[in-house]
Design a protein around this ligand. Sequence first.
Ligand SMILES: Nc1ncnc2c1ncn2[C@@H]1O[C@H](COP(=O)(O)OP(=O)(O)O)[C@@H](O)[C@H]1O
Ligand SMILES: [Mg+2]
Length: 137
Amino acid sequence: MVKETNSARETIKLGKNLGSNLKPGEILALSGQLGAGKTTLIQGIAEGLGVKDYVTSPTFILINEYQGRLPFYHIDLYRLEDPEQIEELGISEYFEKDGIVVIEWAERMGEQLPESAKQIKIEVVDENKRKIWLSWE
Ligand SMILES: Nc1ncnc2c1ncn2[C@@H]1O[C@H](COP(=O)(O)OP(=O)(O)O)[C@@H](O)[C@H]1O
Ligand SMILES: [Mg+2]
């Protein structure tokens, strides 16, 4: 299903709804251009999961771990330099942890993305409007 949001706030609200309904072991694979709103949506998901200390500031760390109602792992592959890093970082281990894993630039996972991952694609319509496609709804 495709949802439309007209502000970052609306995207956060959508994320919050998603976050409240996630179950242990779920993987969300996000794609969309730089500035599409992936991190913004994830901020909402973190809120919905009850994460208190979520930080959106730019970081060179590829994996951030948080604790909410469930463990929450935010993986951002924007700065991935080499597909081999996916193995080096041990990303597949996070899929076994019974937490929630969200991945920005998930298309960079290639074949290493589990088939069970739920896809979210964000498209920029204009400055404040986004189309957000949820593969499972
Ligand atoms: N409807 C919207 N949904 C999400 N972000 C929006 C929306 N409208 C404007 N924005 C702005 O777009 C930017 C999205 O940035 P960010 O979430 O970091 O994108 P990404 O992680 O995809 O690179 C933010 O500055 C946000 O305020
Ligand atoms: Mg981002």
